[in-house]
Ligand binder design. Structure first.
Ligand SMILES: [Zn+2]
Length: 450
């Protein structure tokens, strides 16, 4: 056996994950091996431990046995989060989107020209999301290239898988100090991509980030589409979050058939595109999403907190559009995908109250959205999202009965009950270890503690 496939870690116990066919698979007394590259080398049954140890050349004494009330689940994916807005998360939720941006967001984001401030907030947000079990995050930064590069460095140093976007906006009449010229936006995007790629971080990549149609001119949208295409990189933006926003887009882009058409026209809908929200997309627009391979980030906390709308996830799934969950900090006040999962269920139940015939999402489906769905939405499902052999070991070790934690066990609950309790009641106290590509990133080491 080659050196490259040496087994480094073996765990025995309960594993829960999703596949494209099944929202929840529970593997009891399973055995999972991770090699020195951090990828999953095998997953088998505990009773075959002897044969597996011979086939994969590990010693039985290296097997780490998990407790009855523990399980491993895939790391969670935050498909949409604004790193700078973490600085006011939990506040400023009293205005609708367009006023909220002017009053709170733009003035705060303008401060990120200050690298010291950026360093503090970006360190806090990456650590907080890692502790909350977010192994992959798709970040908006600000218009500032150097601060955006710093966010990439911090994610890399703390071991989070991340897509990082320098925000582009050449149209902003409400905050004159927080916008770029079209030329600056284009040149700085190119510099950002070049300098981030030159760092050769293994799991941090750039993403082309027009803020949304309202804050970009058509020439800039066209340039950004071309940049993404020429460099074969990801794209992220916002779409159809509120009724007011959709109406302004109609005024600003009278030649476009729909909001989706504005992006599609400028080559911004690809199979590496993730668009946040989509509350008001028509069936025709969803079809365009499916045809182009673009995905949606469902951000239910934000959608309710800013009174934006209710996304009909069932209809998105019916159109076979890829979809994951996003916190949308700080429009969403929580930086936890567990919260996003709860709000996704809640939104689905509100839709059911409004229409009793509605097929409510199940907790198993929401679990898949938080993990595999998110990885699909970010086109990272070859690397992460579930416990398939060959993927990176991005995982959470969950102890449902963690001492001092929020969950009481009543009797010997089945793993499915343990997972449901964790999804509804759990928090970071239950997430005892977090792994990204086989490397333990939580608890923090002395080096990452500072
Ligand atoms: Zn957002």
């Amino acid at each position: 056996m080659e050196e490259s496939s040496t087994i480094e870690q073996v765990y025995r116990g309960t594993f829960v994950h999703s596949t494209p066919q099944t929202p929840l698979l529970i593997l009891e007394d399973a055995l999972l091996g991770v090699n020195t590259h951090g990828t999953i080398a095998f997953i088998g049954e505990g009773k075959h431990v002897k044969r597996l140890s011979q086939d994969f050349k590990f010693s039985l004494s290296d097997v780490k046995q998990m407790a009855q009330h523990e399980f491993f689940m895939p790391g969670m994916v935050d498909t949409h989060i604004h790193a700078p807005q973490y600085s006011y998360a939990g506040t400023a939720l009293d205005l609708p989107l367009l006023q909220w941006l002017n009053k709170y967001t733009f003035p705060v984001e303008a401060h990120f020209a200050d690298l010291k401030f950026a360093q503090q907030i970006y360190n806090q947000v990456v650590k907080r999301t890692l502790r909350n079990g977010t192994t992959t995050a798709c970040y908006f930064a600000t218009i500032h290239t150097d601060a955006s590069l710093l966010l990439g460095q911090i994610a890399n140093d703390l071991g989070q898988r991340a897509l990082v976007g320098k925000v582009c906006m050449d149209r902003n009449d409400s905050a004159k100090t927080y916008k770029e010229t079209s030329q600056e936006s284009q040149e700085e995007t190119l510099r950002f991509i070049k300098e981030l790629l030159e760092k050769k971080y293994p799991r941090v990549s750039p993403v082309v980030t027009p803020r949304f149609a309202l804050s970009c001119t058509e020439p800039l949208l066209g340039q950004l589409g071309a940049i993404a295409k020429n460099n074969n990189i990801h794209i992220q933006s916002h779409i159809s979050e509120t009724v007011d926003e959709v109406n302004v887009v109609k005024e600003l882009f009278p030649d476009s058939k729909s909001y989706t058409d504005v992006y599609n026209k400028h080559n911004l809908l690809t199979d590496k595109t993730v668009m946040a929200h989509g509350c008001y997309l028509s069936d025709e627009e969803l079809t365009l999403f499916r045809q182009t391979g673009a995905s949606l980030a469902h951000c239910p906390n934000s959608n309710v907190s800013l009174c934006s709308g209710l996304l009909d996830v069932r209809n998105v799934l019916k159109h076979k559009v890829k979809i994951g969950l996003g916190t949308d900090v700080a429009g969403g006040y929580s930086a936890s995908i567990l919260d996003a999962a709860r709000r996704a269920l809640e939104t689905s139940k509100v839709l059911t109250i409004q229409n009793p015939g509605y097929k409510t999402l199940t907790f198993e489906e929401v679990f898949r959205l938080a993990t595999l769905g998110g990885s699909q939405a970010l086109s990272l499902d070859k690397q992460t999202g579930n416990f398939e052999v060959g993927k990176d070991f991005d995982a959470l070790r969950v102890n449902v009965a963690a001492p001092g934690g929020p969950i009481d066990l009543i009797k010997d609950e089945h793993p499915k009950v343990l997972l449901e309790k964790f999804l509804n009641l759990g928090d970071d106290r239950n997430i005892v270890e977090v792994f990204v590509a086989g490397k333990k990133v939580v608890p923090f080491t002395e080096k990452t503690q500072e």
